[in-house]
Design a protein around this ligand. Structure first.
Ligand SMILES: Cc1cc2nc3c(=O)[nH]c(=O)nc-3n(C[C@H](O)[C@H](O)[C@H](O)COP(=O)(O)OP(=O)(O)OC[C@H]3O[C@@H](n4cnc5c(N)ncnc54)[C@H](O)[C@@H]3O)c2cc1C
Length: 444
């Protein structure tokens, strides 16, 4: 540690935020030979969000290849992250964790978890790696502002809550977003970036449960389906997003990966334009994505020939199960709503299936309408969309263009991906790109 004029502490590399991105950048930079790395964290522990992640199992990356994974971040996010994901592909990330004593295993929907099923193992491995590589970590240390300095032995002055100041030669910001504020992420980095006049995309909550004001939706609370294709459509019927993932009905609306993946579009539009902007929006849920309309039509015709002429609510599951034995059938409660949407009732028999009723029932199965009115916001959002505009950052190093010795990594960047280990992949990979650049610039 050096002192400036004998008074101020001056450090080579300071990383602000010991979450996924900051911890990864710290241990990898130190592991690659950067000698003086100081990691500052405002909460009492490293990796608080890692501990809470994936239902405390931590879905730490994906089985997808680097380009496929990056493409899930949308056009600009995908283009940007391709570089970092090629530097640290998901498979290589798994190998690193294996070396750190955390073997991983693949799970359905391209997810990857620690073999132990414990998020704590991922967090502890990073904590050990940080210690083993000689990184100095200061917990309970909140940065309150960053100030560029000129004509000095350092490029930045970092001011701490309580009055301390550190001179920094190379500064890495990894303060995350502003969702789940209890984990330490309260959007602290945003005013710093705005003040520097860097391109900035206003934050909005993403990966949150979706609200619906419909009573029937609330009444289905607890019902779920593992394989639903959800389409988010506006009042004119235009499709705004599509995702095939599990769906869960809740007392407030719908949740589960499919709904949460689409929630960011709703939150951002409502935030930018007010509630009127999302009036008439709904999710259209295809409850039987592997059954075509024609196959469903044949199922409905076959119901009429069943012995004993059971009610539709009994007959349809019988024929579906005969023809598609592996299919997960909607619960009776969900079926009632499908019937209601088609103008039928739980008591309807096959005589009710006129040609037009059959058409309406097929459409209800293939696109049950769930009106939406917003999302549960930052309190329940797994990530924050928005942040430092990607054009301000070099994608191969995460170095901020036009700024002396400044890097921004992780969720503080304007990147957010769907559920499935992609957001950790993004945090770790941008951390890696930054770490290698720090090592490279140390040696030149
Ligand atoms: C409940 C939940 C479950 C999740 N599950 C998954 C999952 O299974 N898979 C997945 O890929 N993603 C998951 N995510 C998303 C993932 O956790 C984040 O995308 C990821 O942690 C972002 O990493 P980061 O390092 O950029 O930010 P964070 O991990 O949020 O870390 C930022 C750190 O900076 C610190 N900090 C903030 N301001 C300051 C300051 N002023 N001074 C000092 N320190 C500061 C914070 O305390 C925090 O420790 C989940 C998120 C939540 C909330």
């Amino acid at each position: 540690m050096a002192m400036d004029n004998g008074t101020m502490e001056v450090r080579d590399v300071v990383i602000v935020g010991a979450g996924a991105a900051g911890s990864w950048a710290a241990w990898r930079a130190a592991g690659e030979g950067v000698e003086d790395v100081l990691l500052l964290e405002k909460t009492p522990r490293l990796g608080t969000k890692i501990l809470a992640s994936g239902g405390t199992r931590c879905n730490l990356t994906t089985t997808l290849g680097p380009d496929e994974a990056a493409d899930l971040f949308g056009t600009s996010g995908g283009r940007f992250l391709r570089r970092a994901f090629r530097i640290l592909p998901p498979q290589k990330l798994r190998e690193y964790f294996h070396e750190l004593g955390v073997p991983t295993l693949a799970a359905p929907l391209e997810k990857v978890f620690p073999q132990s099923g414990q998020a704590k193992d991922v967090r502890d491995a990073l904590l050990n790696a940080v210690h083993m590589t000689g990184v100095e970590m200061r917990l309970d240390t909140q940065v309150v502002s960053i100030v560029p300095v000129t004509d000095a032995s350092h490029s930045w002055r970092v001011e701490l809550a309580g009055g301390g100041t550190i001179g920094v030669k190379r500064l890495v910001l990894a303060t995350g977003g502003q969702s789940y504020a209890g984990t330490g992420t309260t959007g602290d980095g945003y005013p710093w970036l705005r003040k520097l006049g860097l391109g900035f995309v206003e934050p909005a909550p993403a990966l949150a449960p979706i609200k619906s004001d419909e009573k029937w939706v609330h009444e289905l609370s607890g019902n779920s389906l593992q394989d639903v294709e959800l389409r988010l459509v506006n009042a004119k019927g235009k499709e705004l997003g599509r995702r095939r993932r599990p769906l869960l009905f809740t007392h407030a609306g719908v949740s589960g990966p499919g709904a949460m993946d689409l929630s960011g579009i709703i939150a951002r539009t409502k935030q930018d334009g007010g509630a009127a902007k999302i009036a008439g929006w709904c999710l259209r849920a295809d409850l039987l994505p592997d059954v075509s309309r024609e196959e469903l039509r044949e199922v409905l015709i076959a119901v009429a020939a069943l012995p004993g002429a059971p009610l539709l609510v009994k007959g349809i599951p019988i024929v579906l199960a005969q023809r598609f034995p592996l299919l997960e059938l909607p619960s009776k409660r969900i079926l009632h709503e499908v019937f209601a949407e088609a103008g039928l009732s739980a008591r309807s028999g096959h005589q009710a299936l006129t040609k037009s009723a059959r058409h309406d029932l097929i459409e209800a199965f293939k696109g049950l309408q769930i009106p939406v009115s917003g999302t549960l916001g930052y309190d329940k959002a797994e990530v924050t969309s928005g942040g430092l505009a990607l054009r301000a950052v070099d994608p191969g190093t995460c170095r901020v263009r036009g700024q002396e010795e400044l890097w921004v990594i992780g969720e503080l960047l304007d990147v957010d991906g769907p559920i499935g280990g992609l957001n950790f992949q993004s945090a770790f990979a941008t951390g890696e790109a930054c770490a290698l650049d720090l090592a490279q610039s140390s040696s030149t």
